[in-house]
Design a protein around this ligand. Structure first.
Ligand code: UFG
Length: 331
């Protein structure tokens, strides 16, 4: 297939682009490099530097010819929960307005398939665990609200225009694959931050809340290996049905506490990691665990890299080989 990958210079987008190329697909990456890294775009992908809202129609075409692409994988987004609370306009414009522009360009060019990066944040504070796709969606921050709004927009485009669409609701993505991994200018995610402490790039890791109603008092999350996530994107492309918008949760199905993640990082690196107890972070739920039963049943997806030490080891290998290219190193 010939595929457009938006956000292919970012973490999940670059790993998925790498896997798509390995499977023989043609990949064009669009990324404005506002948070991504040009050197993360995999060799073999064509790279168009630009804002998705501005370049989507020229890249996809005006519909006067056969569609240029078989599908779009839409990763490009603003994705910092805390920032979305203080600068919501960046999220409503950067996520919702941009995606409407993309959907319009897909409609005009008759591009048939879309796979969209949705999120566990669409559910907000869950009423039960594990979370299924039929559970209430009550996002607790603008980031989750914009992703949910996009999911609704996609449903209406599928119904009205026959788009074959899938939203994948990622839980906590981690790990790395073949030189593609987490290297953000602003890092807020637990595993890369803990590993930066091991590398001496940070003094300590703060544990946000030690009084959660969990076994050790720290928050519990469902960590999914980015390679398992990439496989789900391939399966979603294969299963896409015209006029249908399918939504799938993607997690490993097991929860690990913040302390368990830090212990795994200590085991994998063999290095001391200084921790400090800190207050809860605003908007964090206590426990987020996915039921991925629907993806398993409908897509035939199987998460294969569910061992926390394996996930951490892949992230560790990636961070070590980054060297001078690491933003943490520069910062
Ligand atoms: N945490 C710490 N210290 C840190 C960083 C994180 O204790 O320095 C804790 C968080 O409070 C949370 C857990 O580690 O309990 C995981 O935090 P991350 O920031 O790595 O991930 P989140 O669970 O907050 O975020 C993930 C996705 C978001 C998505 C969210 C859904 O990364 O995109 O799940 O709520 F919105």
């Amino acid at each position: 297939m010939r595929l457009l990958v938006t956000g292919g210079a970012g973490y999940v987008g670059s790993v998925c682009a790498t896997v798509l190329l390995e499977r023989g697909h043609e990949v064009v990456v669009v990324d404005d490099l506002s948070t991504g890294n040009a050197d993360a775009v995999p060799t073999g992908a064509e790279f168009v530097e630009g804002d998705v809202a501005e370049v989507a129609s020229s890249v996809l075409g005006d519909g006067s010819t056969e569609p240029r692409f078989d599908g779009v994988l839409h990763f490009a987004a603003q994705s910092l929960v805390g920032e979305s609370v203080v600068a919501p306009e960046k999220y409503w414009r950067g996520n919702v307005v941009t995606t409407i522009e993309l959907l319009e360009a897909m409609r005009v060019s008759r591009t048939p398939k879309l796979v969209f990066s949705s999120t566990a944040a669409t559910y907000g504070e869950p009423e039960r665990s594990p979370i299924t796709e039929t559970d209430p969606t009550r996002p607790t921050n603008p980031y989750g609200a914009t992703k949910l709004a996009i999911d609704h927009a996609i449903t209406s485009y599928a119904n009205a225009y026959g788009l074959a669409a899938t939203s994948l609701r990622y839980f906590n993505v981690a790990g790395a694959y073949r030189g593609a991994g987490e290297n953000r200018v602003v890092e807020t995610h637990l595993i890369p931050l803990v590993l930066q402490v091991a590398l001496g790039q940070r003094d300590k890791i703060s544990i946000f809340g030690t009084d959660w109603p969990t076994q050790d008092g720290t928050a519990v999350r469902d960590y999914i290996h980015v390679l398992d996530l990439a496989e789900a994107h391939l399966l979603a492309l294969g299963a896409a049905t015209p006029g249908t918008h399918s939504i799938y949760n993607l997690g490993s199905g097991a929860g690990f506490s913040v302390r368990e993640v830090i212990s795994a990082c200590q085991r994998v690196t063999g290095l001391p990691i200084a921790v400090e107890d800190a207050p809860r972070r605003a908007g964090d739920p206590a426990v987020l665990i996915a039921s991925s039963e629907r993806a398993i049943a409908d897509l035939g997806w199987r998460p294969e890299h569910t061992d926390l030490d394996e996930i951490v080891a892949d992230a560790w290998e990636f961070l070590q080989q980054l060297g001078d290219r690491s933003h943490a190193h520069r910062g």
